[in-house]
Ligand binder design. Structure first.
Ligand code: FAD
Ligand code: SF4
Length: 521
């Protein structure tokens, strides 16, 4: 990936660009770092916070974690050229990089594979324009490299998580015993779909929250000052911003919540934003933690009989399976994935996605905790805000921008496949076997949201009909031919056929009214 060198290079040998989600001291970016001749470059650019309308906590997390990481590198004797928001005349990260290349005239620009397609192309373009050789190094954070994933896909018509997961288990040896899956089965998914029942979850061990130190407090103040109109709150900010804190969060999860993680993975409960989830995604995505150590910590708990196999396997599947899989799928399908719109949905995102001001209790609860914490767990993202996006025929780009904006763990390589591929089926099922559509009955089974809602999940028509239910049946009706032809959705369409034509017409009418008035739901 090197281009011919221009003349007049300066004293800096390697300019090592470290992006905000590359905070890993063990990364290949530093493998031949020579403090005498090399320099680290870290850039805070307001454009990265405004590219989508980012949640304040997401911006603060990036700023604080980057500043802590720069301080650590300096403490280890590395020369860090840090461009803070306050001192950056450029809104765009690429313009800042360009200016630094002009000022320092490095002999080479070094970085680890960026997580975002747009940035990788942009950095290549800047390096080419300035005629500076560019070395993009492998990202060893991941257990399966981009190249290995591409090899794995060769000759496969459909990409399925389950086949990839088995490949990754065999390749890494995690949860394998003498070439066979630990416990005799690859997957304990059936044991991982429990709901809480009427009495609720009881007391759930709370995840550790970290008191902001001076660096974090300064970042929080700066975000409040610079981005006052951005969504979300800074009041509850307690995310790990250093590797030490991230390791503490991992330890607490494995000890307190992992044993029940599997069983209640899909459950939701009012006023319980975290339940038994790990809350490690942001630390993983910033690379404060490596997936290897997270997986190994869970497997160590299994060996010590402190967590059951179904919980540990369920957790490992999320990281070794889903997390690695969606990254591979992202790089394979970009930039088309960003434009995909299989169902040609064009409706605007309802305004209340940014405020939570809706009468739909499930949406109010999920969006409310998202605005408070920058967090919702997987089933809330997939089956509440995501599924509504699908059945309310929302424009996939607007939905994807919302997800990229509002979660503290949002980085495009993981966000986009989950939104466009899993939640919205916008890619027409390149790696999922069906659209995830369900009615209010699913929400009612998996949570207690419906109990406090103005709508009734069982009603398909009438004033108290649940919008999830109405729009679900309407979605089936509109896409009947396609869904009937797929084995995993054919049953849904057969259920539709059981409704009388009168009822179906009433549902269609009601759905038309809802869709025309999404902002008022
Ligand atoms: P846990 O439930 O404790 O799971 C453990 C870990 O497994 C997570 O930390 C995460 O690293 C990984 N993981 C779990 N599910 C997935 C998945 N489907 N894809 C990739 N990794 C997974 N995850 C992000 O990290 N960033 C995103 O921007 C993001 N956007 C999403 C958007 C939608 C529509 C959906 C359906 C899912 C999205 N996810 C995203 C995946 C998942 O919801 C989050 O990783 C998870 O909720 C983070 O919370 P946790 O750390 O408590 O996860
Ligand atoms: Fe959501 Fe419908 Fe249940 Fe209300 S009744 S919480 S809108 S699923």
């Amino acid at each position: 990936m090197a281009s011919s060198r221009g003349s007049g290079r300066g004293k800096v040998r390697n300019l090592v660009l470290v992006l905000g989600d590359q905070l890993d001291a063990a990364s290949t970016a530093f493998e031949d770092f020579d403090p005498q001749q090399d320099r680290v470059l870290m850039i805070e650019a307001s454009g990265e916070a405004q590219h989508v309308w980012s949640h304040k906590a997401r911006i603060a997390l990036f700023l604080s974690a980057m500043r802590h990481f720069a301080a650590e590198l300096r403490a280890h004797g590395l020369h860090v050229d840090y461009v803070p928001l306050a001192g950056n005349p450029h809104a765009s990260l690429l313009d800042s990089l360009d200016a630094k290349i002009v000022a320092l005239a490095p002999q080479k620009l070094v970085l680890v594979e960026p997580g975002e397609w747009r940035l990788e192309r942009g950095i290549e373009a800047v390096a080419a324009r300035r005629d500076v050789p560019l070395a993009i190094r492998d990202d060893l954070h991941f257990l399966v490299s981009r190249h290995e994933f591409a090899e794995w896909t060769k000759g496969r018509k459909v990409l399925l998580l389950e086949t990839f997961y088995r490949f990754a288990r065999q390749r890494t040896g995690h949860l394998m015993e003498a070439g066979k899956p630990a416990g005799g089965a690859w997957n304990y998914d059936r044991e991982n779909r429990g709901a809480f029942g009427k009495s609720g979850p009881g007391r759930v061990p709370p995840p550790p929250r970290f008191k902001p130190d001076k660096i974090t407090r300064d970042a929080l103040d700066e975000v409040a000052r610079r981005f006052p109109d951005h969504p979300g709150s800074l009041e509850h900010f307690g995310w790990p911003v250093t590797r030490t804190q991230a390791l503490e969060a991992l330890g607490a999860f494995v000890k307190d919540r992992l044993p029940s993680f599997g069983r209640y993975q899909d459950a939701m409960w009012r006023g319980e934003p975290f339940l038994y989830h790990s809350l490690l995604s942001a630390a993983l995505n910033l690379k404060l933690l490596s997936p290897r150590e997270v997986i190994e910590a869970a497997i160590a708990a299994l060996r010590a009989k402190r967590a059951p196999l179904a919980a540990v396997e369920g957790f490992v599947r999320q990281i070794l399976g889903w997390r690695e899989f969606v990254r591979g799928v992202y790089w394979r399908n970009m930039p088309a994935m960003r434009e995909a719109n299989h169902f040609r949905h064009r409706r605007a995102l309802p305004k209340w996605y940014w405020t939570g001001a809706t009468a739909m209790h499930c949406m109010r609860e999920t969006i409310g905790q998202t605005l408070d914490h920058g967090y919702a767990h997987h089933i809330q993202r997939l089956m509440i805000t995501g599924m509504f996006g699908l059945i309310a025929e929302l424009d996939p780009k607007q939905v994807a921008d919302w997800y990229l904006a509002v979660y503290v763990d949002a980085v495009e390589w993981v966000e986009l496949p989950n939104v466009a591929g899993m939640a919205l089926y916008a890619d027409g099922g390149r790696f999922t076997t069906k659209p995830y559509a369900a009615s209010g009955a699913y929400v009612n089974r998996m949570s207690n949201y419906c109990a406090g809602c103005r709508y009734d999940p069982k009603q398909r028509t009438g004033a108290s009909a649940c919008p999830m239910t109405v729009l679900y049946w309407n979605f089936l009706e509109r896409n009947r031919a396609e869904l009937a032809a797929q084995p995993r959705t054919a049953l849904m369409v057969r259920n539709l056929a059981r409704l009388s034509e009168t009822e179906r017409a009433a549902i269609r009418r009601h759905a038309r009214t809802l869709l025309a008035n999404l902002d008022s739901l």
